[in-house]
Design a protein around this ligand. Structure first.
Ligand code: AMP
Length: 460
């Protein structure tokens, strides 16, 4: 596995678009209790039933937070009302500030792993944001200088005055307890609840001056990892809308692929708004080669594609069989080359049967991804290729054998002859230092090792 990582590190990767500052609070039971007491358990319960899709007032936040704590599932909910920032600042102190946003997290991870070249693009690069990039010589930000494309470290490319996006992250630990009226809640899994800033000033796009150089970037890169579409708003104050930004996003992918058909991975994140979710799926999925997501995201996707029953089943029962079925639907309808789904207990690839990699190779790519995530969960961060080895000492989760058994059953019941489906158990760290970015780590590890294996085979 160490050998495969070395091969992956030979690659140059482009990643865009989303970066932000994550302001992290470690939640204790008392903090949650205080919030519930402030609004009253009954009011919180009522709002939980309404399940607000975005945060417009503080009780929306409390309701969605308590919901996430009860299920122990990681969640992200957009904050649209900029005025609420003061409420958050008065209620919480932030324990840590660090790089957030999938593109930012992946760029730092791959740079620290010593990849050949990591090119990161984010449309807003204020000084504070730029300073969150690791000081590595292989990390670059594309800049147009005198009509030419040049690469500089982000800390030499920032623009004073660019907006900074701050996401508030509430990390919770399994076993935390609090009372919701007469009910005692114990958090079943460690995870995080993200309040993501969705303000008008933050856009997801490529600046017009840089756009003509995307084909050149595509030539330099062996693969591209794109993310952040969940940050698009349906409408902006200047009259632009999601359709505008998604049309531009499609053009970006076509431009990146123009010269060399560079493989593109989309790292999907939950999109609460159904209309936007559907637009992202229908506009972007058909243009990319690879998609990564977690279990709740595939449920959301299936619901948007018109499979509400299957989606509900995945949400409620988390059965492997349903996830495999959902994955088959998705790669067929969107004609993906590869779909990767990560859950707390297992990681899965689904491809068509003519995928150039064997099931064994696909499995080794997932192994690398799971080990990388375990290393990050144990250490909090991955600072060098050596850190990867830490993941090897983390055992597979205790349900690993059960997962394999259920998977074999699922394969027997479902028609899988036209597909390659592989699954491996996760290496679960009992007390992770942090869970932020673990999904991104899995996807970055999986996609880059997938590319390395294709290259080993001489497949373009
Ligand atoms: P996401 O929901 O996209 O952030 O992905 C989180 C993924 O990280 C999960 O699906 C697991 O595969 C993995 N993960 C979560 N917690 C741990 C942990 N404590 N140790 C190792 N991997 C973890």
């Amino acid at each position: 596995m160490v050998g495969l990582l070395e091969e992956a590190r030979e690659l140059s990767i482009f990643t865009a678009y989303n970066t932000n500052v994550d302001a992290i609070t470690y939640l204790r039971g008392e903090i949650v209790q205080r919030l519930i007491d402030e609004f009253g358990a009954d009011a919180v319960r009522r709002r939980m039933e309404e399940y607000p899709r975005q945060i417009e007032e503080p009780i929306d936040f409390v309701a969605r937070l308590v919901h996430a704590l009860k299920t122990g599932k990681p969640m992200a909910v957009p904050l649209v009302n900029e005025e609420l920032q003061a409420w958050f600042d008065s209620h919480f102190k932030y324990d840590v500030e660090r790089m957030g946003g999938q593109a930012g997290i992946i760029a730092n991870l791959l740079a620290n792993l010593d990849f050949r070249k990591v090119i990161v693009y984010t449309p807003h690069l204020a000084r504070k944001q730029a300073e969150m990039f690791v000081p590595r010589k292989n990390l670059f930000y594309p800049v147009v200088d005198n009509g030419r494309l040049v690469f500089r470290h982000p800390s030499e490319a920032y623009r004073e005055g660019d907006p900074v996006k701050v996401n508030r992250i509430f990390e919770f630990r399994a076993g935390t307890t609090f009372r919701l009226g007469d009910e005692t809640v114990t958090v079943p899994f460690s995870g995080r609840f993200i309040v993501s800033a969705r303000f008008d000033s933050i856009r997801i796009y490529t600046e017009p001056g840089l756009k003509p150089f995307l084909p050149e970037i595509g030539l330099v890169a062996d693969g591209a990892i794109l993310s952040g579409y969940q940050g698009i708003k349906l409408r902006y104050s200047d009259g632009r809308d999601a359709n505008h930004y998604l049309r531009e996003a499609k053009r970006d992918i076509l431009l990146l692929k123009r010269e060399d058909d560079v493989k593109v991975h989309l790292e999907f994140a939950s999109i609460q708004n159904r209309e936007l979710r559907k637009k992202v799926i229908y506009n972007i999925f058909p243009l990319v080669d690879s998609v990564g997501m977690d279990e709740s995201e595939i449920a959301y996707v299936l619901s948007a594609l018109g499979y509400p029953e299957l989606s509900d089943r995945i949400f409620t029962y988390n059965r492997i069989e349903d996830t495999v079925l959902g994955g088959k639907i998705l790669i067929d309808e969107m004609n993906l080359e590869v779909l990767q789904i990560h859950t707390i207990y297992y990681i899965m690839y689904i491809t068509h049967s003519n995928n150039p990699l064997s099931e064994e190779e696909l499995r080794s790519s997932l192994e690398l991804a799971a080990t990388l995530a375990a290393a990050r969960a144990s250490l909090g961060d991955i600072r060098s290729p050596e850190d990867f080895k830490r993941g090897l000492s983390v055992p597979y989760n205790e349900r690993g054998e059960y997962v394999k058994l259920r998977f074999e059953e699922a394969k027997r019941r479902l028609r899988t002859r036209e597909y390659k489906v592989v699954i491996i158990p996760t290496r679960l760290v009992r007390n992770p230092v942090s869970t932020v970015g673990l999904g991104d780590t899995i996807s970055a590890g999986a996609f880059t090792s997938y590319l390395a294996l294709l290259r080993r085979k001489g497949t373009p």
